[in-house]
Write a protein that binds this ligand. Sequence first.
Ligand code: ARG
Length: 365
Amino acid sequence: MLWGGRFTGATDPLMVAFNASISFDQKLAQVDLKGSIAYVESLFESGLISQDECLKLSDGLKKIAVEWNAGEFKILETDEDIHTANERRLEELIGQLAGKLHTGRSRNDQVATDVRLWLMDAVSEISMILKDLIKTCVKRAETEIDVLMPGYTHLQKAQPIRWSHYLMSFACLWESDLERLEQLKERCDSCPLGSGALAGNPFGIDRFNLAKRLGFSKVIRNSLVGNSSKIDFIGVSDRDFIVEFLSWASLMITHLSRWAEDLIIYSSGEFGFVKLSDAYSTGSSLMPQKKNPDSLELIRGKSGRIFGNLSGFLMTYKALPSTYNKDLQEDKEPLFDTVETIKGVLLISTGVISTLMVLLFFNFR
Ligand code: ARG
């Protein structure tokens, strides 16, 4: 066991389950191994392990990556989290040498690194999906540029506007969401590995090379706390990048929920401006006249859970003493859930926009 050295008594089985995060942090399996392979190379670079040891360690880690990919990795009841699980498996594969992997490293800098790497990948994926949504909306505005609709203030008919103008109002909002997302990625892109448990790495690991190996463009400047200028982050206990992502998602879904609400209204029998495609609506067995905009209602409804993830994690994060505290393990579920939810919402929104039928055919010319 990774941390059992000083302990003689057994842990209460309820506590074992309570303490474990493997059920959800196994999502980090690949980035965890990536971090370990880079760390092994740094150990070699600093002369702490031999070339042969370096090869054995990284080969073992690569085998574990293949096992996870193939769905063959067997989680044991004793695996507390993804870090202990991967290291337990490494020991099974290459023996006691596996223990050297942890030289000067702590799960504190390890988990902070894993989550940043994972989020940077997730952000790239979300950014692509969001670009697709914007493009779909702009294309639609272009082909339907001459269609007119009533514009509303106070939900009362105000002045006629172009349908394309209305569509572009959301494309513009989403473009600013995209810009914010890219900016947030820059701040996430800073390597905490080498911070150790809190006080840094005593073995002279080159943190700049380590960061480069992992694809980070910079390193964090303080292993425990730091002032927060544009490029300055706090080490093992910094989860600002998670708060930032959750806040980003909250504003993104705010925009989407307003758009969804508009279309729910516009697709009602009373307004009749648009008709949702069958692919994104459901019917009623009892009332055949009905076409329910379930897709849009779910987009609107999922905003609650995204705001909940943000406020829940902020409550956990506030007033924590420096530096790492186990409370921080609670960062993952809201983050993972928000990433999955926002991806789903963006994909469905793109589907809704591209298949919507417009019933407002008032030509300008
Ligand atoms: N599973 C833990 C987490 O997600 C890893 C870090 C554990 N660190 C510790 N000092 N117990 O936060």
